[in-house]
Every structure is written in structure tokens, then in C-alpha cells.
Design a binder for this molecule. Structure first.
Ligand code: EPZ
Length: 417
């Protein structure tokens, strides 16, 4: 199994181009099944999750052809199957979007119970609640979730938990349901707005995406569309933290600064200089960061996906910091590995107390999820000595060409067998 080898002590400097958002792309691609007309999706990131999704489309009998490295042409007029294959689906949690998409298009779907990262329990009860409200019958047997609906009827759905996945999945099933659907207590992430914009470009009638009340008027058919995926705010946040942690000077290109507000605000609170342009921003990490407290919350709160990355930066701060993880149970699996690199962190339930002024030292560590893997890369960049990260397939699921991008910024990182 390949591993990543990092030599610490390099200061990052230069520019990096941010790719399309994974958490938008993994919903936009299944959403293309809702129309029999051709769609064109640009700015897709070259990451493993996207390649798996395209394989699933092919398995379902859908034509999907790459026009270039980041543009995919999809023609779902020939979708023949309604069961996504276990071998492919188990590789990514976001395959649950095929439930909403196939239900919306063909009135039925069989999707294996989703796999995905190891972030503690990740139920999909709110997805099921929404699809049942729209008139679907749901059976879970032999590890398959079967959803069937002769006809989907619009409904008012109140989410018990603010859930990105449930909000999007319900939207996918509702755009062709008969009548009006209202999703209350909806998630407000930019990726939800991006999926809604794509669906509206196909002729859907969605209003309020990005707020906690989304109103959908069902339409009979959807047509063709062109869509450009928004930039990945978590990839951007990763390079911002890497610049700050290495005392570097990095300019990020092709970002939407508004989506980065919680990260920009927190870095500025730590005394890090952040210069913001229209579609780019610059992070200058020339000071030791101030210790700050961080609480993760659904957007526009501080992203849970940035929690492990911020934790690495806070090991360098001028004092102790408190991180509270309010979104996922058990999203502190990276702490033990960071402690093996010399970090001094105390976890109590949903809270981690991070001591500052810590000289990290390189060590062999294992990536437990996508963002923890990225956090270990940043820890390796600032640690004294060599760090070797295993299970790096987690990282390649969501970070496009991360070794090349970091090497271009001056990092000493390479893949080893
Ligand atoms: C999405 O996961 C992202 N994944 C995650 O990013 C991200 O961490 C998360 O949203 C929160 O922002 C994709 O978009 C593919 P949720 P999702 O439903 O939709 C609970 C990454 O690194 N919940 O918003 O699965 C759930 O357990 C990944 O890119 C229910 O209880 O997250 C969690 O505690 C990791 N019942 C909370 O809600 C449900 O039916 C938020 O989960 C659904 C969720």
C-alpha cells in the first residue's frame, strides 16, 4: 500500500489553484440522473470519489464521457438499472445520493447501506424520514436500502438534525414530485446552493437553498444544463492552515472568499494575516498564532471538516486552546496519532484541550479519515524529522494532486511504496 513521506521544516510559499468542491460534485453527478437530456458538468476535481461515481453511472447504463480532465458529459437517457453495485458504493458514503436521484427519476432505487469515513455513527434516518414523507416505501434488508414510490407527492419536512446529506437527498427526490415540498431546518452549506443551482438550470423550481427553509415546486420533466462546480472551501482551508502552520506566504486562486468567512475570521483571531481578493486570497503566516477557542457548527459556523486541521495549527499557538466538536460524535480519532508526534491534547467528550508551543516530531501515523489524513500532512510539514502516513487512500478520495500542489509550494513530500 503506498504511503506519504514528508520531511518537516519547509516554509510554504507560492500560489495554489483550488479545485472543484468534492461535497458538491458528489451530489451534482447523481443529480444528473434526474433528466434524460444531456448535461455538462465543469470544474470537477480529479479525485477518487469522482472516479467511483462515474463507474457507478456506467454500471447503471448511463453514458458519461470526460470532455477534458475536469469536464464530464452525462447522458442519462439510457439509465437501465436502479441498483448501485455494492463493490463501488461501499467506497463512498455520498453514494446515498443515488437514492434520491433514482427515486426521483425512476420511482425506485436499491442502494447498499452507505460506507464512508470513520467519524463515529453516521445514521441516515433523516434521509429516510424525508423520502418516506414524499411517499416512498423503504425496506432495509440484506444490507440494501430499497426505496419505491409509485408517485412522489410534495410534503412539508422538518429535519430533526441539520444534515447536509439529508437536505440534498430530499431535494433530489422532490424536484419532480407532484406539488410543493418545504424542507425546514435545512442545512445551509454552499454545496447545497450549488446543487440547487444545477437542478434549477435543468428546469427545477427550488427557492431558498442556503437558508433553513427550502421550497420546491415539482415539475414533470427536467431538461439539459451546463454547470460549473463551486471551488472546494475545505481544500482551500487546508492550504490556508498549511501556510499559517509553516510560517509561509501562500496565495490561493479560484476561491469564493465568502465561503471561507468562518476560516478567515478564525485565522485573523489567531493573528494570522489574510488578504482577500475577488476570487483569491493570501495567507501570510509570519507570526506565532494566538491561542483561540473553536466550536464546530453547521455552515456558516466553523466547519467540522476543518477541525483536525485547526488542531494541528493550535499545537503551535502561544498557549492552550479549546476545540468543541458539535457536529459529529467521535471526530477526535486523529488525536492519538497527533500525540504520537508529540502533541499535548486532552479529550473530554466533545471537547479537546490543545496545548500550544509544541515541537512536533516526525513519526509513522495512519490516516483515519480524509481530513485527519490532511492534518497529518500539515503536522509532518512542521514536525522535526520524517513523517510517514499510511492508509493514504483516504486523502486521495478528496484532495486533488495534493503531493504535486504541496511540492510546488516548497514542501518535501513524496509517495513511497
Ligand atoms: C457532509 O456529510 C459532508 N460529506 C461531510 O464531509 C461533512 O463533514 C458533513 O456534511 C458536515 O458538514 C459530503 O458532503 C459527502 P450531515 P453528511 O448529514 O451529509 C447527523 C468530508 O470530509 N445525521 O450534515 O453525511 C450526523 O450523524 C466529509 O468531506 C443524522 O443524525 O453529514 C452528524 O452528526 C466528512 N441523521 C450530523 O447529522 C441523518 O440522517 C451532520 O451530518 C443524517 C445526519
Amino acid at each position: 500500500m503506498p504511503r506519504l513521506h514528508i520531511t518537516g521544516g519547509q516554509r510554504l510559499a507560492g500560489t495554489v489553484k483550488i479545485s472543484g468542491a468534492k461535497n458538491s460534485a458528489v451530489a451534482v453527478i447523481p443529480a444528473a440522473l434526474l433528466t434524460a437530456a444531456p448535461v455538462r458538468i465543469e470544474n470537477l476535481p480529479d479525485i477518487h470519489d469522482i472516479r467511483v461515481l462515474v463507474d457507478i453511472l456506467h454500471f447503471l447504463g448511463v453514458k458519461a464521457v470526460w470532455e477534458n480532465a475536469t469536464t464530464l458529459l452525462i447522458d442519462a437517457s439510457t439509465v437501465a438499472k436502479t441498483q448501485a453495485p455494492y463493490e463501488l458504493v461501499k467506497k463512498l458514503r455520498a453514494s446515498y445520493y443515488f437514492m434520491g436521484a433514482l427515486l426521483g427519476r425512476l420511482g425506485c432505487a436499491d442502494v447498499p447501506v452507505p460506507g464512508g469515513c470513520d467519524l463515529g455513527p453516521r445514521p441516515i434516518d433523516q434521509h429516510i424520514k424525508g423520502l418516506v414523507s414524499l411517499g416512498a416505501k423503504v425496506e432495509v434488508e440484506h444490507g440494501l436500502i430499497g426505496v419505491r414510490a409509485k408517485k412522489l407527492i410534495g410534503a412539508r419536512i422538518y429535519l430533526d438534525v441539520v444534515s447536509v446529506g439529508a437536505t440534498i437527498n430530499i431535494m433530489l427526490a422532490a424536484v419532480r414530485a407532484e406539488g410543493r415540498t418545504v424542507i425546514e431546518n435545512a442545512a445551509k452549506e454552499p454545496e447545497i446552493v450549488d446543487v440547487a443551482n444545477f437542478l434549477n438550470a435543468m428546469g427545477a423550481k427550488i427557492r431558498g437553498a442556503g437558508t433553513d427553509v427550502i421550497r420546491i415546486t415539482g415539475v414533470k420533466e427536467l431538461g439539459p444544463a451546463n454547470h460549473c462546480v463551486i471551488p472546494d472551501r475545505i481544500e482551500a482551508g487546508t492550504y490556508m492552515i498549511a501556510a499559517a502552520a509553516t510560517g509561509g506566504d501562500v496565495t490561493l486562486l479560484d476561491v469564493i472568499p465568502k465561503h471561507l468567512d468562518p476560516i478567515i475570521a478564525k485565522l485573523r483571531e489567531m493573528g494570522i494575516a489574510v488578504e482577500v481578493g475577488d476570487d483569491k486570497l493570501r495567507v501570510i503566516g509570519n507570526t506565532t498564532p494566538l491561542a483561540v477557542d473553536i466550536k464546530t457548527f453547521p455552515y456558516p459556523g466553523f466547519p467540522t471538516d476543518m477541525q483536525s486541521l485547526a488542531m494541528v495549527l493550535l499545537t503551535q499557538a502561544q498557549g492552550s486552546s479549546v476545540i468543541t466538536e458539535n457536529v459529529f460524535e467521535g471526530r477526535f480519532k486523529h488525536v492519538d496519532e497527533l500525540k504520537r508526534m508529540g502533541a499535548r491534547i486532552k479529550v473530554e467528550g466533545r471537547t479537546a484541550i490543545v496545548d500550544g508551543r509544541t515541537q512536533l516530531s516526525g513519526a509513522p501515523v495512519k490516516a483515519t479519515d480524509l481530513r485527519a489524513g490532511a492534518a497529518f500532512i500539515i503536522a509532518g510539514l512542521i514536525a522535526e524529522g520524517e513523517t510517514v502516513i499510511s492508509e493514504i487512500y483516504h486523502i486521495y478520495r478528496g484532495y486533488e494532486h495534493i503531493c504535486e500542489k504541496l511540492t510546488a509550494l516548497g514542501a518535501k513530500i513524496k509517495e513511497i511504496p
